[in-house]
Design a protein around this ligand. Structure first.
Ligand code: GLC
Ligand code: CA
Length: 536
């Protein structure tokens, strides 16, 4: 049986930056609700909304102080109910972000836990006795200091591997598990379609608290291999329990954020018998350099690693890494735009669920921000190393060319990108040759062609610079497979390839639908993307 998330195109919203409905410079839930028509027009099927729960915002919502309520900055419970209802009316699914590895240090659970060793919830978190030194070399990665933060009231230290404001739960404690499963049931009851699980493979730390081995790489691990402070295999048991809770609520999706760039770990999150997460992010594409062979190898490997029956997914950008249009920028604006089209065509025609990040459909870029504009704790701690701060990929959505870019009437919480007057939704909606129109066409084609959604995939070795594959599936009424050919020239020069069979274009950057691609040699233009139906 096929599940809705296997056919869906997901769209990630960073709520602070999507649309501000009340003129305080910060995006909010009513802002998102106001843009559902836009998302429907884009053609996406499901939203993943980054955290909007009550939070002191030390890590911009990834530090939750009430898992069942909305932060006043984003609205209130009524606003999320309205959002859910209006999304449903438009056929859009909504997935929330569950930050279950840690809470905020202002969560009442932690306030209680830190007050006394005898407090009922003390053991919900991870503690070591204060000895004047941390017990190992684990780091708070957004502060670059030790992960063990002192708590004089109990004469102990607690664990926080992101910031000191994000104390980590002890997932070995059954009460913690029950509390989170209840939170999940609560949101399922309100109609949410699933969760993206924040740092889901980090729930279990080494019971012996061994020090991590050192590594030579600064990114993403800050000179350590996270062997002991994350990724303890007990997470499998928790995933199975979460899955039971999800399945009991009907068809809900669980999508795990895994740590690091490890597709083996990501693949394992699906469970050997398909009883764990429905999907786990494989972040390899976020770190790949531009090049057909690099993406082909990565995708091939991912397909090969997934256990039988598991469904793949792909993503190029999110709120933690520089946007891909920026990572793959060319020597000119034209080349940057052309590459963004190739990347979009790849993401939306590979076998697996695509995850888009808000603004990628208009080719939003990243810019260096002045120190005074930085908000991200990681960016502040590592300034001026621009590669590490995450503010540049979180700047406000560019809706139009007016003051505030249609995002806000106030001063936005992060500066707008300087290109917003020319790069914005309004301009691109009016232009059939824009990147936005390209995304819409790709999404519409994916929706129309079962081959692109559920078909098998076979890579073709036509040229080292050309990522080429066939997607094939039987038509609904039986008969031989229908086959779609995807040709993506990653080079900024023409490339000649030889086709075995003739094809008719369905969509292309240079060949309009209906154009015939004859068998034999054909020349692909610079960064040309062509999707065609194989005939005969
Ligand atoms: C995840 C989130 C990131 C957050 C971190 C701590 O990696 O994607 O934004 O800072 O977890 O919750
Ligand atoms: Ca607002």
């Amino acid at each position: 049986m096929r599940h809705w998330w296997e056919d869906a195109v997901f769209y990630q919203e960073y709520p602070r930056s999507f649309a501000d409905s009340n003129g305080d410079g910060i995006g909010d839930l009513a802002g998102i609700t106001g843009k559902l028509g836009y998302l429907e027009g884009l053609g996406v099927d499901a939203l993943w909304i980054s955290p909007f729960f009550k939070s002191p915002m030390k890590d911009f919502g990834y530090d939750v102080s009430d898992y069942r309520d909305v932060d006043p900055m984003f609205g209130d419970l009524e606003d999320i109910k309205v959002l859910l209802a209006e999304a449903k009316a438009r056929g859009l699914r909504v997935v929330l972000d569950l930050v279950a590895n840690h809470s905020s240090d202002e969560h009442p659970w932690f306030v209680e836990a830190r007050s006394s060793r005898d407090a009922p919830r003390h053991d919900w978190y991870i503690w070591v006795p204060e000895t004047g030194r941390p017990p190992n070399n684990w780091k708070a990665v957004f502060e670059l200091g030790t992960a063990w933060h002192s708590n004089p009231a109990t004469g102990e230290r607690y664990l926080g591997t992101f910031t000191r404001h994000q104390p980590e739960f002890d997932w070995r404690n059954p009460e913690v598990r029950k509390a989170f499963y209840d939170v999940m049931r609560y949101w399922y009851g309100l109609g949410v379609d699933g969760f993206r699980l924040d740092v889901a493979t980090a729930y279990f730390k080494d019971a012996k608290l061994r020090s991590n081995p050192l590594s030579l790489k600064v990114s993403p691990d800050f000179f350590q291999k996270h062997l002991y402070d994350r990724n303890g295999p007990e997470f499998h048991e928790v995933f199975r329990e979460m899955r039971e809770v999800a399945d009991a609520a009907g068809e809900r999706v669980l999508i795990g954020e895994t740590h690091g760039q490890d597709p083996v770990l990501a693949a394992s999150c699906h469970g050997e018998s398909g009883d764990e997460l429905n999907m786990a992010f494989n972040f390899e594409f976020l770190y790949r350099r531009w090049g057909a062979a690099r993406f082909r190898e990565s995708a091939r490997r991912w397909y090969g690693l997934l256990p039988e029956g598991a469904w793949p997914n792909f993503t190029l950008s999110n709120h933690d890494q520089p946007r891909h249009a920026w990572r793959y920028r060319g020597r000119s604006g034209g080349e940057t735009d052309a590459r963004a089209r190739v990347a979009a065509a790849m993401l939306l025609t590979l076998r697996g669920t695509p995850f888009l990040y808000y603004g990628e459909e208009i080719g939003m870029l990243c810019e260096r921000l002045p120190r005074s504009a930085l908000r991200d704790p990681l960016g502040l701690a590592t300034w001026p190393l621009r590669a590490l701060g995450r503010d540049p990929e979180r700047t406000p959505m560019q809706w139009n060319d007016r003051e505030g870019a249609g995002f806000t009437t106030a001063r936005p919480w992060l500066p707008l990108n300087s290109d917003y007057r020319s790069r914005n939704v309004a301009a691109q909606e009016a232009d059939p040759s824009s990147l936005l129109s390209w995304y819409k066409s790709l999404i519409a084609l994916r929706r129309a062609r079962p081959e692109l959604r559920e078909g098998g995939i076979e890579f073709l070795d036509l040229h080292p610079d050309v990522l080429a594959y066939e997607r094939a599936a039987p038509p609904a009424d039986g008969g031989p497979d229908r086959r779609v050919l995807v040709l993506l020239n990653f080079a900024s020069k023409s490339r000649t390839i030889a086709l075995e069979k003739g094809a008719r274009a369905l969509l292309g950057t240079a060949r309009p639908a209906g154009t015939v691609l004859g068998a034999g040699e054909i020349r692909l233009g610079p960064c040309e993307a062509a999707i065609a139906e194989i005939v005969g």
